[in-house]
Design a protein around this ligand. Structure first.
Ligand code: NAD
Length: 260
């Protein structure tokens, strides 16, 4: 389809997993994509997939927790593929740690990447959108863990709840500039992060990864794991004109997990 025809969308954490799925899905709707990631070598594979679809892609090595690097990457992306119409704040980390064993450094790292990182990229992209007078859209990738976290998701769930709070505030502050701000809350999606999470928890609880996955999926009404591009479908709606009257919202893309 052509719902994002000619748009320039920045996707953070676009090297793999959900970020790659979102980038590819946006390209299928006609967007050019700038990928911000710690791993430019892996992001280059996503860029290749975008180009195979016939759209432009650019890769920027950037740590979203570093404001100077974020500001520079936003300027470079603007230079490279033109005014930025959409931002998907997807870069994130998750470690399975019981709260009472969570170190200060581990707690801080979740907040640095998931909450502060999303804030910093939104701040610098929104400033460019305002300067370029584009009717933009920002989508923050939160998680069902913001509302219904598992044991072991203390720091993670709290950092993803912080994302929902600043999504609401940004929606209110950017409305006058014709910029919408929303969040998506994925359930369990088939990505390297989930594989790693299963491995860690299986070790901690002396059980098998298959059993843990089956337990996690038990609470998904649709009883199956999600695919990265299925998160992309919801993101495209929010980024496109069809999402123009949606702001400050958070949409669960979770096979029914939050309602189970
Ligand atoms: P992933 O680990 O497979 O991919 C994350 C990407 O973000 C990687 O490419 C990584 O290099 C990048 N990244 C990490 N820290 C970064 C930093 N400081 N700066 C720049 N890039 C950085 O994870 P995923 O499963 O694809 O998750 C993507 C997002 O979706 C995350 O925010 C995650 O919390 C969220 N999410 C995932 C699930 C799931 O089931 N997979 C569920 C809910 C929410």
């Amino acid at each position: 389809d052509d719902r994002l025809d000619g748009a320039h969308v920045v996707v953070t954490g676009g090297a793999r997993g959900i970020g790659r799925g979102i980038a590819v899905r946006c390209a299928r709707s006609g967007a050019d994509v700038s990928l911000f990631d710690l791993r430019p070598d892996v992001a280059a594979e996503t860029a290749e997939r975008v180009r195979e679809i016939g759209r432009d892609a650019a890769v920027f090595e950037v740590d979203v927790t570093d404001e100077a690097a974020v500001s520079e990457a936003v300027d470079d992306a603007r230079e490279g593929l033109g005014a930025i119409d959409g931002l998907v704040n997807n870069a994130g980390i998750q470690q399975a740690i019981p709260l009472l064993e969570t170190s200060e450094a581990e707690w801080d790292r979740h907040f640095d990447v998931n909450a502060k990182g999303s804030f910093l990229v939104a701040k610098h992209v929104a400033k460019r959108m305002i300067a370029d007078e584009v009717a933009g859209s920002i989508v923050n990738v939160s998680s069902v863990g913001a509302e219904r976290p598992f044991p072991g998701q203390g720091a993670y769930g709290a950092s993803k709840a912080a994302v929902l709070a600043f999504t609401t505030v940004l929606a209110k502050e950017l409305a006058e500039h014709d910029i919408t701000v929303n969040a998506v809350k994925p359930g369990t999606v088939d990505t390297p992060m989930v594989q790693q999470w299963l491995t860690e928890r299986a070790e901690q609880h002396d059980t098998s990864e298959d059993r843990l996955l089956a337990e996690a999926l038990d609470d998904h009404i649709l009883d199956r794991i999600g695919q990265p591009e299925e998160v992309g479908h919801a993101v495209v709606l929010l980024l496109s004109e069809e999402g123009d009257w949606i702001t400050g919202e958070s949409i669960a893309v979770d096979g029914g997990y939050l309602k189970a």
